[in-house]
Design a protein around this ligand. Structure first.
Ligand code: ADP
Ligand code: MG
Length: 292
């Protein structure tokens, strides 16, 4: 493409809310055949709300919510906010936490009033020595609706679960449909549980899901796709996604997400919705067509 047509393309992109960092990114976009998208905050709003709390036998529900919400006050994860808001809705008084620890891609742990409290995924429960046979069915039901399930343990004993639902952005389904029409392969990449991820994917017509991926392993997934000969664009919003955005042939950050994601990406979608991706793809094809 000529420098002039690229400048025009970058300008048109900016008007449409697609910020393109360099000319190379715009040109390369036309060659992309695979789009990898993070789930939380990219396909969904990233504003999960608490939909249910289920307690283990002998566990008080308000105590469960008080302890886990107290812990989540020290977490920056979107899931944390849902638990805290749930506790606030019940006017529960939160407690101070000692020795807070965030376990990447798994959850959070800390000491409250001399007890060890943990909330997170099944892998975290395993690390805590707590299994959850009695609520496994309930967890499955919430996941099949697309909700994310977090388990809680107190002093190494399973204490209950919290289910949160994160609404899908209104434009996501249409954007996925148009990307498919462009002949692109769309893959969901998430740290969430497979069953939840597949339920969300079903609603969106996404037929490829890579779930249960630790944040530090997301860039390895991008690497693998590239080695298979795919030209990969990765769209994500989180601090977790930054290495994968940098590793992709084109990184695409959500303007509504973390600053570090935008710094690692060649393209930023100002409005944070995937229709911007469709626009970027069309712009890119328009620019590269000009040379032929
Ligand atoms: P995603 O790829 O969807 O952004 P993450 O890798 O951040 O997901 O998290 C993966 C899983 O780890 C979550 O679905 C959740 O079960 C658990 N988790 C992570 N952080 C927290 C937290 N602060 N509180 C509870 N659970 C958490
Ligand atoms: Mg995310």
């Amino acid at each position: 493409a000529t420098p002039m047509s690229i400048m025009v393309g970058v300008g048109k992109g900016a008007q449409a809310g697609v910020l393109i960092k360099n000319a190379e990114a715009l040109e390369r976009f036309a060659a992309v055949d695979t789009i990898v998208v993070d789930k939380t905050g990219t396909l969904t709003e990233g504003k999960p709300a608490l939909v249910a709390v289920e307690r283990a036998a002998g566990q008080d529900e308000n105590e469960l919510l008080t302890l886990t919400a107290s812990l989540e006050r020290s977490s920056a994860h979107p899931l944390a906010h849902a638990i805290i808001a749930g506790a606030e809705a019940r006017s529960l008084d939160l407690l101070p936490v000692d020795g807070f620890e965030s376990v990447s891609g798994k959850g959070v742990v800390g000491q409250i009033e001399g007890r060890r409290v943990a909330i997170g995924n099944a892998a975290l429960m395993q690390a805590e020595g707590a299994d959850q046979p009695d609520l496994a069915d309930a967890a499955g039901r919430y996941r099949d609706e697309g909700a994310t399930v977090m388990f809680a343990a107190i002093d190494g004993r399973f204490a209950g679960l919290a289910a949160v639902a994160d609404p899908i952005k209104p434009t996501t389904a249409r954007a996925v449909e148009l990307l498919h029409k462009e002949g692109l392969r769309v893959i969901m990449l998430t740290g969430d549980n497979r069953r939840t991820a597949e339920a969300v994917a079903r609603k969106l017509g996404i037929d490829e899901v890579i779930a249960d991926v630790l944040p530090q392993d997301k860039d390895a997934v991008i690497d693998r796709l590239k080695r298979e000969g795919r030209v990969v664009a990765m769209a994500g919003d989180g601090v977790n996604d930054a290495p994968a955005l940098a590793r992709a042939d084109i990184g695409i950050a959500m303007g509504t997400g973390a600053d570090v994601a935008m710094e690692s990406a060649g393209v930023t979608l100002v409005r944070g919705d995937l229709m911007g991706l469709v626009r970027a793809r069309r712009l890119s094809r328009g620019v590269t067509r000009n040379i032929r």
